[in-house]
Design a protein around this ligand. Structure first.
Ligand SMILES: Cc1cc2nc3c(=O)[nH]c(=O)nc-3n(C[C@H](O)[C@H](O)[C@H](O)COP(=O)(O)O)c2cc1C
Ligand SMILES: Nc1ncnc2c1ncn2[C@@H]1O[C@H](COP(=O)(O)OP(=O)(O)OP(=O)(O)O)[C@@H](O)[C@H]1O
Length: 282
């Protein structure tokens, strides 16, 4: 997969035509995946490349100056997931105040027409342009006299409610992981690094400070190590970061580990995780 960083001041020439899906896609949940699947199928039928345009950082950080904005995934995680989904070209457009002030028609001209897009795929509630004034109706009007077309993907729901990144963030924050695989298509996972190894199987761990974390409590987790998966208990403290206990040591990994949240640990209720064997084996 080719990754192209787009900056207002330098938009490259793209020679080959491509079908492009547009959106922020935090978490790349099952609503996003439905949209991306349609874009990939269409690109295949048209015999052209499949591209995705995403933005960085999140518009909330720039427009609402929300410096505490918490993501479901880091940009490298998003890049890796897009690659797994068969994306040929990923455009990462720098979202700054200059870019945010583009009128919807200017965005269409510079970021769709001028980069050789032959078809755009967006969801039913996609918005774009200054003050989010552009919507799917405007996109359809804009392309009516153009060689490129637009597909609008209907709402994908879970439990009668739209699957959304905002909803997933709330579930994670509440420590409610029960419906997450139905919305995300997999367990919620974060990348962690070891801080201090307290004993052979007990560690303090840390993660990217911009990543959404669950409320304090003890969670069942699975950690992917070079030697395979390890079951563990993660204790999230209110202020003091978190601690991980596993049944056998993690083994060395320079880049850290992927840790999946299974759910709140019922067995660990009211306990601390130092004595993990007692919690696990009763
Ligand atoms: C050119 C452009 C300008 C934008 N300007 C604004 C803005 O002024 N205010 C705002 O809230 N969002 C703005 N956005 C963000 C969009 O409303 C929207 O969040 C973004 O296009 C990602 O779409 P998605 O949230 O459906 O994934 C802009 C987006 C684009 C592409
Ligand atoms: N459940 C869904 N069904 C269909 N399309 C969706 C769904 N969720 C998002 N999309 C579409 O995917 C693209 C990316 O959307 P976006 O990143 O805003 O996701 P979101 O889950 O709606 O996020 P947020 O909760 O932050 O608004 C947009 O074109 C949007 O319309």
């Amino acid at each position: 997969m080719e990754v192209i960083h787009l900056d207002h001041s330098a938009i490259p020439t793209i020679k080959e035509e491509h079908v492009m899906a547009i959106g922020f896609f935090d978490g790349v949940h099952l609503g996003h995946q439905k949209l991306l699947d349609e874009a990939r199928d269409l690109a295949e039928r048209k015999g052209c490349k499949f591209s995705v345009m995403t933005f960085s950082p999140h518009p909330s950080e720039v427009i609402r100056k929300d410096s505490d904005f918490q993501y479901l995934m880091t940009l490298p995680q998003k890049v890796a997931k897009m690659e797994r989904l068969g994306v040929d070209t990923l455009f990462i457009t720098k979202f700054d105040l200059n870019f945010a002030s583009l009128q919807p028609t200017e965005f269409v001209q510079q970021y769709i027409r001028d980069i050789n897009v032959c078809h755009v795929v967006v969801g039913f509630d996609f918005t774009f342009g200054f003050k989010a004034q552009g919507n799917t109706e405007l996109l359809k009007r804009e392309c009516s006299n153009e060689p490129w077309g637009v597909s609008i993907i209907p709402k994908k729901k879970c439990d009668e409610e739209k699957i959304s990144s905002t909803r997933l963030r709330s579930m994670v924050k509440a420590g409610d992981f029960s419906s997450i695989p139905e919305c995300l298509g997999e367990y919620y996972s974060i990348r962690v690094k070891i801080g201090v190894q307290k004993t052979s199987c007990h560690y303090t761990v840390h993660t990217d400070p911009k990543i959404t974390l669950p409320a304090s409590g003890i969670y069942d987790v699975e950690v992917r190590t070079p030697q395979g998966m390890r079951y563990g208990l993660l204790q999230v403290h209110e202020e003091k970061g978190f601690e991980l206990s596993v049944l056998s040591p993690l083994g060395y990994s320079k880049d850290g580990y992927e840790m999946m949240f299974i759910g709140r640990s019922r067995k660990a209720k009211g306990k601390t995780i130092e004595r993990m064997e007692e919690i696990v084996y009763g």
